[in-house]
Design a protein around this ligand. Structure first.
Ligand SMILES: Cc1cc2nc3c(=O)[nH]c(=O)nc-3n(C[C@H](O)[C@H](O)[C@H](O)COP(=O)(O)O)c2cc1C
Length: 356
């Protein structure tokens, strides 16, 4: 590497490279996160699919494998968000990343404890709100991205958010290579965050059979039939079936999945109901949408843990269509930063003194 990229994100979080691996349920566990951290990126553990005990164990497992900083992703609307924040503080986690906007008090508690707070947003006004509440940076995800996603493309959302807030902005949605990183920096971002690209690495724990399905995939769709919210996933027979299914059979499936997740997570029905109520308020959802939300963890798990692409949904960004390898995180991050530096040098070489 001829040069490194020193940005507000690397300075804020203490990582070497401005490259973030996002929190992906069932995927972003200790193995992937520590591989990213050891490669100089910011790895983020996904905690929504973990119990408190599992999260504490996962944090310690990352620590055993790396001395580098890393983060934990939390669901801002989870009923137990306060306890999870306390756990992060107790365990000395460096960065708290949030799916959706966290409450102002949560941001304040984390910041008082010296934790860097980076909420994910999909709209300019959400970025403005969390920046005003004291977030240290925002991660903005454009519509190309995998998982829950909004309708506005990264190329339009990113410049809007960069102009709207004074804190560092991390660009997500559709990034996979060094040119993308250079372009994000040109837009004024402080780095990029990637989900799909890190899912497709040798260090990702996703079963080989499922990785092969991703590598062969050309098409993603945005469906509301998984959990009532727009969700970008690989097109599959299962997803086509969900799209065709009627409302009643859709809700019945969601209830079965919610029951299965309850058994797996050890949550009581009462805790799940409290969670549902918080979700309804936080995201403005109907009860049927809340019930549908029971689908996400189980349908993702069927693919990501059990290795059954036929029985599960495979969240994925549009970038999947251009990915055809499974590099190690070390090789991937090295390649991305080296190529970004080259791209920036090529751009700089276009400059001539204006002789007119
Ligand atoms: C398999 C998968 C699971 C995901 N799970 C979560 C999650 O649990 N929480 C979350 O905030 N985002 C989740 N996401 C979204 C990613 O964190 C990230 O924002 C997105 O993948 C970025 O777009 P990209 O895929 O184009 O890189 C998931 C994405 C994928 C592909």
């Amino acid at each position: 590497m001829t040069a490194v990229l020193d940005t507000p994100l690397t300075r804020l979080t203490g990582v070497r490279h401005p490259v973030v691996q996002t929190g992906m349920g069932w995927v972003a566990g200790p193995r992937l996160v520590s591989a990213v951290a050891n490669a100089g990126g910011l790895g983020v553990l996904a905690s929504a699919t973990m119990t408190h005990a599992e999260l504490a164990t996962a944090i310690r497992a990352v620590r055993e494998r790396t001395d580098a900083p890393f983060g934990v992703n939390l669901r801002a609307d989870a009923a137990d968000a306060d306890e999870r924040v306390a756990l992060l503080i107790r365990e000395g986690v460096r960065v708290a990343s949030f799916a959706l906007a966290p409450r102002r008090e949560l941001i304040a508690r984390l910041k008082d404890a010296g934790v860097v707070v980076i909420p994910s947003v999909g709209a300019r006004r959400h970025a403005e709100k969390v920046a005003a509440w004291g977030a240290d940076a925002v991660l903005v995800q454009g519509g190309e991205g995998g998982g829950h996603t909004g309708p506005v493309a990264t190329t339009l959302l990113l410049p809007q958010v960069v102009d709207a807030v004074d804190v560092p902005v991390v660009a997500a949605g559709g990034f996979f290579d060094g040119r993308g990183l250079a372009a994000a920096l040109a837009y004024g971002a402080a780095g990029v965050a990637m989900g799909t690209r890190f899912l497709l690495t040798a260090d990702s724990p996703v079963p080989e059979a499922v990785k092969r399905v991703y590598l062969g995939a050309a098409e993603t769709v945005v469906t509301r039939q998984v959990d009532g919210m727009p969700h970008r996933v690989l097109r599959s027979d299962l997803v086509d079936g969900l799209e065709r299914a009627g409302r009643v059979s859709g809700l019945a499936r969601a209830l079965r999945n919610a029951a299965a997740f309850r058994r797996l997570s050890g949550l009581s029905w009462r805790a799940m109901l409290t969670d549902g109520r918080a979700m309804r308020r936080g995201r403005d959802l109907s009860w049927s949408q809340v019930i549908m939300a029971g689908n996400t963890p189980m349908l993702l798990r069927a693919a990501m843990v059990d290795g059954r692409p036929d029985l599960g949904v495979m969240a994925s960004g549009q970038a999947v269509a251009v990915l055809d390898d499974l590099p190690s995180c070390a090789d991937l991050i090295d390649r991305i930063v080296t190529d970004a530096v080259r791209a920036i040098e090529r751009q700089a070489a276009l400059l001539r003194p204006d002789a007119s």
